[in-house]
Design a protein. Structure first.
Length: 380
């Protein structure tokens, strides 16, 4: 029985070259980067080299990259400090954001009594840009927080348009780009976003490291207090090997971006065609079957399986060696339906199982054949 990993939106396999480099760093660069001796200076040099490299891929200044433990911490840092320190009183977001954003905003409502507006969505999970502009006319000190690529249905936000719209109405703009950094090129001199976040493990890097892009002169203050690491914005001894790991993973991602994008697009296209042929009553949630309107890395399928039979579907797929998910991995174990699908699916479709399959360079068409064959058995 094959083992098929189709859950790359949750996390990815680390590239061999990333592992090799990280192991070498752990062996030879173990000094504390805050120490003034040669061991510490060596570690500090590696961190700053990685910071400069990461900044280069986004076309920003190295001082605008703050390394964190991942996307969740970066989102929390930006949202909390924007309210606490920049005196934001109004946040515009959507009901299909990642919980790292939504749960933080809900806590800010309790702690700071801010106002939250939810932008309307189209039936396919797109942002209603007209409604967004209407909300921006509130005249209050506003932050917009909208993710670039939805992690469950793959819908792509027009990042440049929203950033420009926010500038027009003097609002700050934060975007969770965890599903897009390493998969799409972004020139932040061309896209006037104020803040964005990323996590290495989404593009074949290590877990436990990510970064926040914070536009210079933004005046944010730290979430974690202690030392003066990360320009005073993130106290704590830096994880040198992880920071070097994110640099190597990002370099590999962008060095091979065109070739690997085409390969993964081929896998996704093949998967969609196989589903349409073998399970014609299946439907695709949002725009996830549209290669122009959704990310090339995932598809979300609503399967024509009755609720009783569907209850143990993920467990049965796991027994067949297939890894996939019903939604964000951060919701694993929750008894609630996906908050994303709750916003866009009918009551009837919510009774059927919807599964997210997400792909990487390590997947094959033979794996697609196997997975679709197993799904057909359940449907049949």
């Amino acid at each position: 029985m094959p083992n098929v990993y189709f859950d790359n939106a949750a996390t990815t396999q680390i590239r061999d070259e990333v592992i090799t480099t990280m192991v070498e760093v752990m062996k030879t660069n173990y000094g504390n980067a805050s120490s003034s001796h040669s061991f510490g200076r060596s570690s500090k040099s590696l961190i700053e080299k990685s910071r400069k490299a990461v900044a280069g891929y986004l076309n920003v200044s190295a001082s605008e990259i703050i390394f964190t433990s991942g996307g969740t911490e970066a989102d929390n840092l930006i949202l909390l400090s924007a309210v606490r320190d920049l005196k934001i009183t109004h946040i515009i977001t959507s009901k299909i954001e990642h919980h790292a954003v939504l749960h933080t905003i809900y806590q800010l409502v309790k702690d700071y009594k801010i106002t939250v507006s939810f932008v309307d969505l189209t039936p396919d999970g797109d942002i209603d840009y007209g409604h967004l502009e209407t909300l921006l006319k509130s005249g209050t000190k506003t932050l917009v927080s909208l993710m670039h690529i939805n992690n469950e249905i793959g819908t792509i936000l027009n990042l440049k348009y929203v950033a420009a719209l926010c500038k027009t109405y003097n609002a700050l703009f934060h975007s969770d780009t965890v599903q897009s950094v390493g998969h799409y090129k972004m020139d932040l001199q061309d896209i006037p976003v104020d803040f964005l976040t990323a996590a290495a493990h989404k593009f074949h890097g290590p877990k436990g490291v990510g970064f926040a892009f914070i536009r210079k002169n933004s005046r944010l203050k730290p979430l974690i207090f202690g030392g003066e690491q990360e320009r005073g914005l993130r106290a704590g001894t830096e994880s040198v090997h992880n920071i070097v790991g994110i640099e190597v993973a990002l370099k590999s991602a962008y060095d091979h971006l065109e070739k690997e994008t085409d390969y993964i697009k081929g896998i996704k296209h093949y998967f969609i065609d196989k589903i349409k042929t073998e399970i014609p009553n299946a439907t695709f949630n949002g725009h996830s079957a549209d290669l122009e309107k959704s990310t090339y890395t995932l598809v979300n399928v609503c399967l024509p399986i009755p609720p009783k039979k569907a209850a143990m579907l993920l467990f049965q797929l796991d027994l067949k060696g297939i890894a996939c998910s019903e939604g964000s991995a951060c919701q694993s174990g929750s008894s609630q339906n996906s908050h994303v699908l709750n916003e866009i699916l009918s009551a009837e479709d919510l009774q059927k199982p919807s599964i997210r399959f997400s792909f990487s360079i390590y997947n094959t068409k033979e794996e697609v054949d196997y997975v679709v064959g197993v799904l057909k058995e359940f449907v049949g």
